[in-house]
Design a protein around this ligand. Sequence first.
Ligand code: F6P
Length: 552
Amino acid sequence: MADFAQATDLPAWQELINHHNQVGRHLVLRELFEKDPERFQKFSKTFTNSADGSEILFDFSKNFLSDETLPLLVKLAKEAGLEKKRDAMFAGEKINFTEDRAVYHVALRNTSNQPMAVDGKSVVEETNSVLDHMKEFSEQIRSGEWKGYTGKKLTTIINIGIGGSDLGPVMVTEALKAYGDRDMTLHFVSNIDGTHVAEALKNSDPETTLFLIASKTFTTAETVTNANTAKNWFLQKAKQEDIAKHFVALSTNADEVSKFGIDPKNMFGFESWVGGRYSVWSAIGLSVAVFIGFDNFHQFLAGAHAMDQHFLKTPLEENIPVIAGLLSVWYSDFFGAQTHLIAPFDQYMHRFPAYLQQLTMESNGKAVTKSGDYVKYTTGAVFFGEPATNAQHSFFQLLHQGTKLIPSDFILAAESQNPVEGGKHQRMLASNFFAQMEALAIGKTDEEVKAEGAPDSLVPHKVFMGNRPTTAILAQKITPGTLGALIAYYEHMVFTEGAVWNINSFDQWGVELGKALAKKIQSDLETDGAGAGHDASTSGLIAAFKSKAGLK
Ligand code: F6P
C-alpha cells in the first residue's frame, strides 16, 4: 500500500497545481465544445449492468477536463495507491484502520458467489443464509402466510432506525415505489421528536402492524427510545407473547436484541464489517425486500455487484466511479469548490440527495490523514440537492448567476415509470435536464443579450457566464438494478476520494461528542437545577428551555 502522509506530497499533486494554473483554470466549456466535435464521445462512458444488460450513460464532457487532465488525475490516484486500497477492500482486509475492521459491503451483493473472506473465513455462506431468511420472511409477509396475533395479514410496516438504518431503506423504497406492493403502508420512524413515532402510530392498527427495529448497534438512543414507545403502544392492546409476531430486529447485537424482548429467531443479523451508511444491502434492507419483493431486491443487489465489478476490473482511466471521485478531488482541491449538487430528474428519487449526504459527508467529512496529521487540503464537499424540475424554481438561480462554483450531477431515466399523456411529461422533464446543463455550461454572452434587445442597464443582469460543470447520468429506467448500480457508483466515488485524501472513509468519530453531551444534558433536564459544567450560552439556553417547558 502506498504510504504517504499528505496527498500534497504526491508528485502528481504538484503537477496538477501546475496544470491547473496553466490550463485548468482557463478552460472554457463553450470553447472546448467548439474546438472539439468529438468531446462528447471522448468523455462519456457507458456502464453495462451485466445482470440485465441495461446501460447507464455517464457524460463527463461538461467538466473542466482537457486531454491532459484525466491522465494527471489518474497518476495521482495511482500514486495514492487507489488500486491497492480498492483491492484490499475487496480482499476483506481491515482498511477501516481506526476501528480495525474490514469494509465489506461489497460482499453483501456478491450475487455471483465469488469467494470472499475476512480473517481467512468465508463470508459467502453466512451472507447467503441471511438473504435466504430475508427471502422467506418477505414472502411470508407479502403473501399473508405470516399472521399477526389475531390472525390478520400484516399490512403496515414501520421501520424504526436512524442514519444508515433509515436513509437507505426510506430512499430505496421511495425510489422503487413503482415496484412496491401498494396494499402495504410503510412508515419510517427515525427522529427522536415524538411527532415522528406518533404520526406513524396514529392510523396504525397493532393487529396488522409489523415493526422492523433497524439498528446495527441496537444502542442508538433515538432508535431504542422509539422502539420502546412502539412496544408500549403495541402492548396496550396485545400481550407480551404477541411481540414475536410483530417485532423483528435487524442488527449485529444479539444480546441487546433479546434484552429488548425480540426472539433471536426473529433477528436478521449482519457483521461489524458492514458500515451503517453502507448497510442497505444487508438485513437493514428488509423493508425494501418486503415492499418490492425479494426478486426485485436481488436485482438491486445484482446491479450494485455489476458496478463493483466495473470498479474492480476497469483500468482507472476508463473507470466510471474513479473518474467521478477524481473530478471531485479536482474541483475541491484545485478549484476550491465547497459543494456538490445532486439533481435527480425523478420524483421517486426525492430522498436520494439526503441518502448521499450521509454516504458522502459521514464518510469523507474528515480532516486527519492515516498518519494522524491534519490534512493540508480540503476534503469532503457539502452535498445537497432536490429533485428537478422543482430545484430549478428554487435555488438554481445561484447555480446560474451566483459567485460559487457548484459541480453538479444531473440524473435522468429515458423511460418514466408513469408515462402520462403519452410521455409528454417525460419529454418536458428531459428537455429541462438538457436545457439546464446546456445553460450552465454554455451560458449567454452580453452580445447575445444585447442582440435580444435588452436595454443597456439590464444587460449585465441577464448575462449567464456559463462555464459551470455538470455530469449527466442518463439511465434507461430507474429499475432496482439501475438504482443499485447508481448507489454503488457513489460509494466507489467516495472510496476514490478518500483514497487520494488518505483519510478513513469508514469511521465516524465526529458523531460521538454530541451524543455524549446530549446524554449528560438529558440528565440535567430530568433533574432540578441548571446542571454544571456548561459554557454560559449552553447554561442560559438550558435555563430558558426549562422555564418555557415548566421544568425546574
Ligand atoms: O451516529 C451515526 C451513526 O452511527 C451512523 O453511522 C449510523 O448509520 C447511525 O448512527 C445508526 O446507527 P445504528 O444502526 O447502530 O443504530
